[in-house]
Every structure is written in structure tokens, then in C-alpha cells.
Design a binder for this molecule. Structure first.
Ligand SMILES: C[S@@+](CC[C@H](N)C(=O)[O-])C[C@H]1O[C@@H](n2cnc3c(N)ncnc32)[C@H](O)[C@@H]1O
Length: 328
């Protein structure tokens, strides 16, 4: 007799059969440890493939949650299991769940959700890591700023960006105002030797004292609201106001993520561009309006927010996609 399908089992109120489907296609997964993986990507002779970026995000997710696993190869099954648990971390535990682990997922939930949005995180990383920079123009000194660093994943990207572009001295700073998270990210990034997290509100001038008198080469600020929310529900604009007020001309040659943010201004019924040329604040007359994020300039192209990461979807089996998060 053939086995009942899950649809038939559901009609008969029988528990569904849970089959293991890996979070990504196994052939796309890089089995090396997170540290080895980062080191390999730092070598400019190693091509940065989309598969390697997806694997990097998956291993960052695992390594952030499980302390002390940075030198250890992580089986894909373990990463998949963690995604599975993360998909229900907001709910009550099931019998047999590791309470400590489930509470770790809850504690860092917001930042982990960004990593669990693997396709979009991988796309953002590609835009940072793939950016060609001229180290001589900066006397071989790389100063990186990751504002709203979360798990520090973009700072890892900036570190790889610096190494691939031949910078000899690298200093990267992450600014994070969630203190619980900042503490964990501090040790994660310290152990990976990619940079230092400063636990401070990026809307305050002292947040930038670590780079006083320096010229940042790379700046990331991913404090962008969901498409359904006013940009003002996050600190993106207020951070830019302070960042450009404090660092001014020192940002002249910096590469930014995002390269530009396109927002819809409801009052004027038009879309406007926030970019480096207007301190990511847009034209003056729009600044007090209700603005809704719509798209990014990324890798020098305009991409609607819903399409960020689209090219990376193919690495995820249909049956596993439900475990992914979507920030936009
Ligand atoms: C959308 S998450 C992005 C995290 C990370 N950059 C990534 O791509 O995964 C935004 C992060 O910025 C932090 N954040 C928001 N406002 C901030 C502020 N004013 N100062 C410092 N950090 C802030 C939040 O706590 C959160 O960790």
C-alpha cells in the first residue's frame, strides 16, 4: 500500500511526515569552517561566487548562535536544523527543545532575522565585497564603518572588501545600540578579527569619535524600514544627519551601502533618491514628509526592494524556502 500524502494525513488528522530537506542545495554549500571561508574569500585570486556568499551567510548565522564554532566545519544538516528551530523561535518551545538555544534565538531575534534573509544578505554582501577600491588613493589604510551592525555580517563583508583590494592596514568599526546584541557581536567579530563593535546610538555625535580625523573608505548603514513602514520608524535619516554633520568632507571618497535609497514621498506622490550627494536625506523639501522605501541602488543598478536577492533564490529548494525570512 502506498504511503499517505501529507494532504491526506492532514484530512485524517494524522501528523505530517517531516522529511529532511536541506536549507540549500548541498552542491552549493561550502563545508569549510567560517574562519577558513572568510580567509579564502579575502584572497583576491579566489572568485566570489554567489554560492560562496550564500554559504557565508549560513555559517555566520550558525557561528553567531553557537559560540566557539568558528574553526569547525558545520554540517549542512546542523545549519538546516537551526533554521528549522528559528522558524518557530517566537512561539513556545516544543518538548525536547534546548531551552538555552531557543532563548538565544529569541534574544537576538531581530538581527538574526536579517541573516535568515539569506538571499538578500548575500546580495548585499556581493555589492560590498565586489566593490573595486583603490588602496593607493587611501595610502593603503582602510577605515570601515558598519552602522547598525546587528550580527556584524556587513562588517565581515567590509573586512573581506579591504583585504581583496590590497589594503595593508585595516580598521573596521561597527556601531550598534542594542546592548545585549552588541555584546555578542563584539565577541563574534573580535574572534573573527574583522573589527570592533562600539555599543552606542549612531544618532549621537560621540558614535563617530572612533573615526575622528579619519576618512572612512566604506560605510554601511542598513537601518532601513520595511516597505510598509515610514522610513522614520527606523533611524536611517537621523543617523545620516549626524554622520554627515560630524564627518563632513571626510566622507567624500567613501563607498556606501546602500549606494542610494529610493523612497516614495506620499505627500508629493513622487519617488525621490537619497544618496551620498544629498547626505542620504534627499532634497530639502521632502525631508519632513512620509517616505516609504522602494528600491536600492546596488552594484550601480536600480533594484526594487522586493527583487533584492532574487538571483540567489535558486540555491534554496522550494521545500525549504519557508524557513527564510524577508526583510523587504
Ligand atoms: C536591519 S538591522 C541590520 C543589521 C545588519 N547590518 C545586517 O545587515 O544584518 C539594523 C540594526 O541597526 C541597529 N540600530 C538601529 N538604530 C540604531 C541606532 N540609532 N544606532 C545604532 N544601531 C542602531 C539595530 O539594533 C539593528 O541591529
Amino acid at each position: 500500500m502506498s504511503e499517505l500524502t501529507n494532504a491526506q494525513r492532514s484530512t485524517l488528522h494524522i501528523a505530517p511526515i517531516r522529511r529532511y530537506t536541506p536549507i540549500i542545495h548541498p552542491e552549493a554549500y561550502d563545508r569549510s569552517s567560517l574562519k577558513q571561508h572568510i580567509e579564502r574569500l579575502c584572497d583576491p585570486s579566489t572568485p566570489v561566487t554567489d554560492e560562496s556568499l550564500v554559504s557565508l551567510v549560513l555559517k555566520c548565522f550558525y557561528g553567531f548562535v553557537h559560540e566557539g564554532m568558528l574553526d569547525t566545519p558545520i554540517p549542512l544538516r546542523d545549519v538546516t536544523e537551526l533554521f528549522n528551530l528559528f522558524s518557530r523561535h517566537r512561539s513556545l518551545n516544543e518538548p525536547g527543545d534546548d531551552i538555552g538555544l531557543m532563548n538565544t534565538l529569541r534574544r537576538y531575534s531581530y538581527a538574526l532575522r536579517m541573516l535568515a534573509d539569506v538571499p538578500k544578505s548575500a546580495h548585499i554582501l556581493r555589492s560590498i565585497i565586489g566593490k573595486k577600491l583603490c588602496s593607493e588613493e587611501h595610502d593603503g589604510e582602510f577605515v570601515g564603518l558598519d552602522i547598525g551592525s546587528g550580527t556584524g555580517v556587513l562588517m565581515i563583508g567590509q573586512y573581506i572588501q579591504a583585504r581583496r583590494n590590497g589594503f595593508r592596514r585595516i580598521e573596521s568599526w561597527g556601531i550598534e545600540n542594542d546592548l545585549f546584541l552588541g555584546e555578542r557581536t563584539f565577541s563574534f567579530c573580535r574572534d573573527l578579527r574583522v573589527g570592533i563593535i562600539v555599543p552606542v546610538d549612531a544618532k549621537r555625535p560621540e558614535a563617530y569619535s572612533v573615526v575622528a580625523g579619519k576618512k572612512p573608505v566604506s560605510v554601511a548603514n542598513e537601518t532601513i524600514s520595511a516597505m510598509s513602514s515610514d522610513l522614520g520608524t527606523e533611524d536611517f535619516m537621523s543617523i545620516n544627519k549626524m554622520l554627515f554633520r560630524v564627518l563632513r568632507g571626510n566622507l567624500k571618497d567613501a563607498h556606501f551601502f546602500p549606494e542610494g535609497l529610493i523612497v516614495y514621498a506620499r505627500e508629493q506622490n513622487v519617488s525621490v533618491l537619497l544618496s551620498k550627494s544629498n547626505a542620504f536625506l534627499g532634497p530639502k523639501e521632502y525631508r519632513s514628509m512620509h517616505l516609504y522605501p522602494q528600491g536600492l541602488i546596488i552594484e550601480e543598478q536600480i533594484v526594487p526592494l522586493h527583487s533584492i536577492g532574487e538571483e540567489f533564490q535558486k540555491f534554496f529548494p522550494e521545500q525549504s524556502r519557508w524557513m527564510l525570512h524577508r526583510r523587504w
